[in-house]
Design a protein around this ligand. Structure first.
Ligand SMILES: CCCCCCCCCCCCCC(=O)CC(=O)SCCNC(=O)CCNC(=O)[C@H](O)C(C)(C)COP(=O)(O)OP(=O)(O)OC[C@H]1O[C@@H](n2cnc3c(N)ncnc32)[C@H](O)[C@@H]1OP(=O)(O)O
Ligand SMILES: NC(=O)C1=CN([C@@H]2O[C@H](COP(=O)(O)OP(=O)(O)OC[C@H]3O[C@@H](n4cnc5c(N)ncnc54)[C@H](O)[C@@H]3O)[C@@H](O)[C@H]2O)C=CC1
Length: 724
C-alpha cells in the first residue's frame, strides 16, 4: 500500500490507500520498508514521499484506533523516526491535505514542499485524540510554540501560503507536485542533514513556554470545558519545550494512550463517521444513493425572503448557483434583499470574502414578485409562513408555473409534507427541506420524504444539499419530523418541572452542565413565548381541541400554565426583556433569574394546590434527556429515522447536543439500554398520563437482549417493531 519506484537516482514512495491515503497498517509498513530499501540501495541519492490520487495522507486510519492495529509495528512514531533517521535526504511532496499523521510523516522528512492549494493541519482534537506520532514534539521545533498551540488546539487547516510563512513548508510549487518534489530532492541531495532533523532542533520561543502554555490552557478550558483532548495537547506541547525529543515522545504517547481509550474519543470518532454516513440514503424498496442517479440542478428559486428564506438564498448563491427570490410584495422583497446584501457586506468587512467575490455572488440573485419567472428553474424551496393553507396555495401556484420536472420543496419545520404535496399534480417531485436557523450557517438539513416522493427526487435533493454545503439527513414524514419531534417531550418536561418544584435557572443549569449550550427555558425565551403559545394553539386546533381549556389540552401534553401566565403578562422572552428570565433590556442575551417569575410559579402552584418539592438535579437530567431519547427510539421503530446515527447527527448539528457524547442514541448506548429502559418505565408509571413516557417498543426489545446490541445493529430490531 505504498508504491516504490525509482526515477534515476531518486526513490519515489507513493502512499496508496484510496480515497484519502489514511495511514493504515499496510501503508505504514510500505513506507517503512520503502525507506529501508532506499537506504540500502547505493544508486539512490534522495527520496520523495507523496500520496497517490487526490491527496497526501490525511492522517492515521481512524478505524484502527478501535481495532488496536494503530499500535502494530511499525506504528506511526516508528515510521516517522525511521524517515528522519534516514541518511539520504527525504522530501515530502504535499498535494491536497497533509493532516494528522500525514503532517507528522512530513515533519519526519528533512524537507517539505507543497502545491499552491494544499492544506496542512492537526485535526486530532476533533476526534478526541492528539497528534500522537511526534506532532506535538516536532511542530513547535519547526514553527515555535505559539503557532503550534493555535494549530493543534484548534484543529484548523492551514493553507499553503500560511504554511510557508510559518516555516512548515520550505517551498510552494506550481504544477505537478511529485515532479517538483523530485527536482527539489535532487537540488538538496548533497546537502548535509544535520540541522534538518526536526527532533534535534530547539523550540525557538522556549523562553516564553510557561506564559504561552498557561494562557493556552486557560483558553482551552474556557472554550471547550470538559474536553480532554485540547488539555492533553497543551500538556504535551509544554513538554516539547522542556524536554529532549526522546523523552517528550514518551510523554506524548502516554497521553495519547489515555485519550485513545476515552469515551470522548470513541464518541467523537463515531460522530465523524456518522456525519459521513448521513448522505448515504436508502428507502424501503431498496433504492439508494448507490443506485439512483440524481438530476442535474442548474438553477433554484426560493419563495419567501424572510428570516429563513434569505439564508437559504445565500446557501444557493454561495454554491455558485443562480437563484430567483419571490416575495409577496415589494416591501418584503426589498427587506429580504437588504438582509442578504447586509450579510455579504458583513463577510467582506470581516475579511471572509473579497468585495469582488461578494459582488459576483450577489449577481446570481434575481429578485421578483412574479411566480411566472420561475418557469425554468430546476428546484424551488418554499419558505413562507408556517401555515398549511398558505403553503398549499403557494404549491398550487408553483405546480402551475414551474416546468413539469421541477422539484418543489418546503422548508416547513413541522407540517405534513403529503398534505402540502396534495396541492400539486406532482407529489413524486415534492419533498421537505428543513433548514436550521440561521440557514446560511447551520450545516444540518432534515430532508423529508413524502409517501409519494420518488427516489430520484431524494437523490437530487440530497446532491443539492451537499452542493450547498449541508449535511443532509433523510427522514420520514410526521409532525416535527425527527428533531422537533424529539424536542417536544424535552421542553414539555422542562416546563412540567417548574410546576412541581424547580425554577427556570435550575432546569437550565442541569442541561447546560450536561453540555447543551442553552437550556430549554432560555431557548423558550429566545424563540419567543408568543411563538410557542401560537404553536400550542395551532397544534390544539389541528387536534380539534380548545387550547384555552385545560381538560382538553392536558391529556395531549399541551398544557403549559407557567408559559401561559408569562405570555399573558406580556413577557414574550428576550425580545421584550422578560420571559422565563429577566434581561437588562429588550434583545439582551444575558438571562437573569427573576424573583417575579418565581412568585408567578409559586402563586400558580398555591392556586392549584400543588405541594412544591425540591427536585434533585438527577431528576431534571433524566426527565428532560431520557424523554427526548425515548422519542428518538420511537422515530426509529416507526422508520421515521432510518438509523440511530441519523438521529445523532440531527441533534449534534441542529440542536447543540454535545458532540463528545456522540448524540442522544450513542449516549443511550453508553448509559446502557437496560438501565435506560428501567428509568423510562419508572417515569411512565409515575406520569401515566404523559404519552411521551410510554416506553419505545424498540428500546424495550433491545433492552431485553442478553448481550448489549451494538448501535449499528439496532435497525435489525426496528423492523420487527415497526408500525409502518
Ligand atoms: C509505549 C509506546 C506505545 C506507543 C503507542 C502509541 C502508538 C499510537 C500511534 C498512533 C499515532 C496516531 C497519530 C495521529 O496523529 C492520529 C491521526 O492522524 S488521527 C487522524 C487525523 N486526520 C483526520 O482526522 C482527517 C479526517 N478526514 C478529514 O478531515 C476529511 O476526510 C478530509 C478533509 C481529509 C477529506 O474530506 P472529503 O474530501 O470531504 O472526504 P470525506 O471526509 O468524505 O472522506 C472520504 C472517505 O475517507 C474516510 N476517511 C477520511 N479520513 C479518514 C481517516 N483518517 N481514517 C479513516 N477513514 C477516513 C471517510 O470516512 C470517507 O469514507 P466513508 O466510507 O465515506 O465514511
Ligand atoms: N424561524 C426559524 O427558526 C425556522 C423556520 N422554519 C420555517 O421556515 C418558514 C419561514 O419561516 P421564517 O423565515 O421564520 O418566517 P418569516 O416570517 O421571517 O418569513 C416568511 C416570508 O414569507 C413571505 N411570504 C408570505 N406569503 C408569501 C407568498 N405567498 N409568496 C411569497 N412570499 C410570501 C413573507 O413576506 C415573509 O417575508 C416557516 O415554514 C417556518 O416554520 C424552519 C426552520 C427554522
Amino acid at each position: 500500500m505504498a508504491d516504490y519506484r525509482k526515477q534515476g537516482d531518486v526513490a519515489v514512495l507513493h502512499a496508496n490507500n484510496p480515497p484519502v491515503n489514511a495511514l493504515s497498517y499496510h501503508v505504514r509498513q510500505g513506507l517503512y520498508d520503502g525507506i529501508e530499501a532506499a537506504e540500502k540501495d547505493p544508486s539512490v541519492k534522495c527520496i520523495v514521499i507523496c500520496g497517490k490520487g487526490k491527496t497526501f495522507p490525511v492522517g492515521a486510519d481512524i478505524r484502527e484506533f478501535a481495532s488496536g492495529s494503530a499500535k502494530k509495528f511499525p506504528n506511526l512514531i516508528e515510521v516517522c523516526d525511521k524517515i528522519e533517521a534516514c541518511t539520504k535526504p527525504v522530501v515530502a511532496a504535499i498535494h491536497g491535505f497533509a493532516l494528522g499523521g500525514g503532517l507528522e510523516i512530513s515533519l519526519g522528512c528533512h524537507y517539505r514542499i507543497g502545491g499552491t492549494s494544499c492544506k496542512v493541519g492537526f485535526p486530532e482534537v476533533n476526534i478526541g485524540v492528539l497528534p500522537g506520532a511526534g506532532g506535538t514534539q516536532r511542530l513547535p521545533r519547526v514553527i515555535g510554540l505559539k503557532p503550534s498551540l493555535d494549530i493543534i488546539t484548534s484543529g484548523c487547516h492551514v493553507g499553503a501560503k500560511e504554511a510557508l510563512k510559518l516555516g512548515i513548508l520550505d517551498k510552494i510549487v506550481q504544477g505537478d507536485v511529485v515532479t517538483e518534489g523530485i527536482k527539489f530532492a535532487k537540488s538538496v541531495q548533497n546537502q548535509p542533514l544535520h540541522g534538518r532533523r526536526v527532533s534535534t532542533m530547539a523550540v525557538p520561543d522556549v523562553s516564553q513556554a510557561n506564559a504561552l502554555c498557561n494562557s493556552a490552557m486557560a483558553e482551552v478550558k474556557r472554550k471547550s470545558s470538559g474536553l480532554l483532548a485540547p488539555v492533553a495537547c497543551v500538556k504535551s506541547l509544554r513538554v516539547a519545550a522542556q524536554t529532549p525529543y526522546k523523552d517528550g515522545i514518551k510523554i506524548e504517547s502516554a497521553l495519547m494512550l489515555q485519550l485513545m481509550t476515552s469515551g470522548q474519543a470513541k464518541a467523537l470518532q463515531y460522530a465523524f463517521f456518522a456525519e459521513r454516513l448521513a448522505s448515504k440514503w436508502q428507502v424501503p424498496g431498496g433504492a439508494s444513493h448507490a443506485t439512483v442517479t440524481p438530476r442535474p440542478v442548474k438553477s433554484c428559486a426560493v419563495v419567501g425572503g424572510g428570516y429563513m428564506g434569505s439564508g437559504i438564498v445565500m446557501c444557493i448563491l454561495n454554491a455558485g448557483l443562480p437563484c430567483i427570490l419571490v416575495e409577496a410584495n415589494q416591501k418584503f422583497l426589498d427587506r429580504g434583499i437588504k438582509m442578504i446584501q447586509g450579510l455579504y457586506a458583513g463577510s467582506v468587512k470581516l475579511g471572509k470574502m473579497s468585495e469582488q467575490d461578494a459582488k459576483k455572488t450577489l449577481s446570481l440573485l434575481k429578485p421578483t414578485l412574479r411566480y411566472e419567472d420561475l418557469k425554468d428553474v430546476d428546484v424551488v424551496i418554499e419558505a413562507v409562513f408556517e401555515d398549511m393553507k398558505l403553503k398549499q396555495e403557494v404549491f398550487g401556484k408553483l405546480d402551475k408555473v414551474c416546468k413539469k420536472d421541477a422539484l418543489l420543496c418546503s422548508n416547513t419545520s413541522t407540517l405534513n409534507i403529503d398534505k402540502i404535496a396534495s396541492a400539486t399534480r406532482r407529489p413524486d417531485r415534492v419533498m421537505g427541506m428543513h433548514f436550521f436557523a440561521p440557514a446560511y450557517y447551520m450545516k444540518l438539513l432534515e430532508n423529508i420524504r413524502g409517501a409519494e416522493t420518488s427516489p430520484q427526487t431524494v437523490a437530487t435533493v440530497t446532491q443539492l444539499s451537499v452542493k450547498i454545503g449541508k449535511v443532509p439527513v433523510l427522514v420520514g414524514n410526521c409532525h416535527g419530523f425527527v428533531g422537533n419531534r424529539m424536542m417536544a417531550p424535552y421542553t414539555t418536561e422542562a416546563q412540567r418541572l417548574l410546576e412541581e418544584g424547580a425554577y427556570p435557572h435550575q432546569v437550565d443549569q442541569v442541561i447546560e452542565e450536561f453540555g447543551i449550550p442553552i437550556g430549554p427555558l432560555k431557548v423558550g425565551d429566545l424563540t419567543g413565548l408568543d411563538v410557542s403559545w401560537k404553536i400550542t394553539r395551532e397544534v390544539s386546533r389541528m387536534l380539534g381541541l380548545d387550547h384555552t381549556k385545560r381538560e382538553d389540552v392536558e391529556p395531549f401534553g399541551l398544557y403549559f400554565p407557567v408559559r401561559n401566565a408569562l405570555y399573558e403578562k406580556g413577557r414574550l422572552g428576550r425580545k421584550t426583556g422578560a420571559g422565563f428570565y429577566k434581561y437588562e433590556k429588550a434583545g439582551s442575551k444575558v438571562a437573569i433569574p427573576d424573583p417575579l417569575v418565581m412568585d408567578i410559579i409559586d402563586h400558580h402552584c398555591r392556586e392549584e394546590g400543588i405541594d412544591r418539592r425540591r427536585i434533585p438535579p438527577q431528576e431534571i437530567y433524566e426527565r428532560c434527556l431520557y424523554s427526548l431519547i425515548n422519542e428518538g427510539f420511537k422515530t426509529l421503530e416507526e422508520g421515521i429515522a432510518a438509523r440511530p446515527e441519523d438521529v445523532d447527527i440531527i441533534w449534534l448539528l441542529g440542536y447543540g447536543w454535545p458532540r463528545y457524547t456522540g448524540g442522544p442514541m450513542h449516549f443511550a448506548s453508553q448509559i446502557g439500554l437496560r438501565r435506560l429502559y428501567g428509568r423510562i418505565e419508572y417515569y411512565h408509571n409515575k406520569y401515566p398520563d404523559r404519552d411521551h413516557w410510554t416506553p419505545s417498543r424498540l428500546l424495550k426489545t433491545l433492552s431485553q437482549q442478553e448481550h448489549p446490541v451494538p448501535l449499528a445493529q439496532w435497525g435489525q430490531f426496528a423492523s420487527t417493531t415497526s408500525r409502518l
